[in-house]
Design a binder for this molecule. Structure first.
Ligand code: NAP
Length: 401
């Protein structure tokens, strides 16, 4: 089910130790009508090479250097390692290898190696936005970039990011600051579902053809719910990824989003994050966003995990199926609303992409990843001054409840 594409690209631009290449010439941002901010002086060294290479700077100190950044092009490979930018700029210009956003906008997408995230990267890049495709696995991320490059999209940068790894998030923020000085769109797509499927197929896409053929949406969901178990470890990982992972990425990126003239955060959510999945008391509390705090959300998440571990989730009226997933997405929606109120200068929205055939759904679902992604991309590209603190389901505004 994972792409087995072998990396043979004629060229790769590879950065090490956060040496950003020269920024593109000012271009008007169609999202905002603004020119991007002026570049700051930087340094870089350029080397030429011929094969596609990936670089993992795993032992680098946390703050200043990106663990791995790769930009692919159909021109000679360039390594930037630490000489004056003017030289790097000339060499890059000769090779026409530097990423140049057609509109100056830049987006970061988490979990961009497959499923909806990959298609969001494709769609944003197709709109002329420079996309930093992130993935926790370097190989899977590089292969995804390769795939998009082969489709003619060169404005893609790979950066390895595990959203549960705080120093890793810090390195990405540092890289973004040095390379772009701002972030226009952050798509928090990465998530886990917090369950183990009873079937552990080698290739779920093959299995799903057989299992789900002829089923309608409800039958597919029924089949899935019958074939999952929810161990504590998976539930914990689910909250760490879907709530704290997203929150930490947002916190690290906030200064860069604020530095954009039209910063947007799109949190990929779910109808399982609508408050109706919670009991009445919690529903009211989480909907009272004026009085809700992040500390209270932490407290609730801690309480859920404690009850879950003790086998008391049902008795304490937490959601019973996809428990951790629902709790992670409801609290993430609530956090998004708090953030939207606090940062009126940003657009902070949540999106249910639809029921999509991906690894997460074992390739059940009714939408293709591209269709699901278009519901996300649409919100990411809403006209300037559009809604904030809003929940969108399948492209339409819906209540958080
Ligand atoms: N599919 C649906 O029907 C559906 C419905 C509603 C909402 N959604 C939401 O849509 C989003 C995308 O889901 P999908 O269906 O495309 O699922 P998917 O195919 O399973 O993709 C999930 C992505 O998240 C990444 N990821 C997981 N943990 C991570 C971590 N700690 N750090 C970085 N990346 C991590 C995965 O990376 P690896 O490849 O390394 O695992 C993968 O790239 C999720 O937020 C999901 O909740 C999906």
């Amino acid at each position: 089910m994972r792409s087995a594409t072998v990396l043979h690209s004629a060229a790769v631009l590879l950065y090490s130790n956060a040496p950003p290449p020269p920024p593109p010439p000012p271009r008007i941002n169609p999202l905002t009508g603004d020119a991007p901010p002026a570049p700051s002086p930087r340094s870089a060294v350029v080397l030429l090479c011929s094969n596609t290479t990936s670089h993992a700077n795993r032992d680098a100190p946390p703050a200043p250097s990106p663990r791995s950044v790769m930009v692919r092009h159909t021109v000679p490979c360039l390594f930037f390692l630490g000489q004056p930018i003017a030289r790097a700029g000339r060499a890059a210009h000769r090779g026409r290898a530097l990423p140049r956003a057609r509109d100056g906008s830049v987006a970061v997408v988490t979990g961009g190696n497959k499923g909806i995230g990959l298609e969001v990267c494709r769609q944003l890049a197709s709109s002329g936005i420079t996309v930093v495709l992130t993935a926790r696995d370097e190989k899977r991320g590089s292969e995804a970039v390769e795939k998009l490059q082969k489709a003619g999209l060169s404005e893609i940068i790979f950066y390895q990011l595990d959203v549960t790894d705080a120093p890793n998030i810090g390195r990405l923020a540092h890289f973004m600051k040095a390379r772009f000085g701002k972030l226009d769109i952050l798509v928090n797509n990465a998530a886990v579902i917090g369950v183990e499927y009873v079937h552990d197929p080698v290739d779920v896409s093959v299995m799903s053809d057989k299992e789900f053929r002829g089923m309608d949406e409800h039958q597919m969901l029924e089949w899935l719910f019958k074939n999952i178990r929810e161990p504590y470890g998976a539930a914990k990982q689910c909250l760490e990824t879907n709530y704290y992972g997203i929150k930490h990425v947002i916190e690290a990126m906030l200064p860069l989003l604020v530095a954009s003239s039209d910063g947007r955060i799109v949190n990929v959510s779910s109808i399982n994050g609508q408050l109706r999945v919670l009991n009445e008391e919690l529903r009211q509390e989480l909907d009272d966003v004026d009085n809700l705090t992040e500390e209270r959300l932490d407290e609730l998440l801690g309480k859920f995990l404690k009850d879950f571990e003790a086998g008391e989730a049902e008795a304490r009226e937490w959601p019973t199926v996809l428990s951790a997933y629902k709790v992670s997405k409801t609290t993430m929606n609530s956090y998004s609303r708090i953030l939207a109120k606090r940062h009126r200068e940003l657009r902070v929205n949540c999106v249910h992409p639809g029921y999509v055939k991906t690894d997460m759904s074992l390739y059940s679902g009714v939408l293709t990843p591209a269709e699901g992604a278009s519901n996300v991309t649409k919100v990411a590209l809403l006209p300037a001054g559009g809604p904030t603190g809003t929940f969108f389901a399948m492209g339409e505004e819906e209540p958080f409840v």
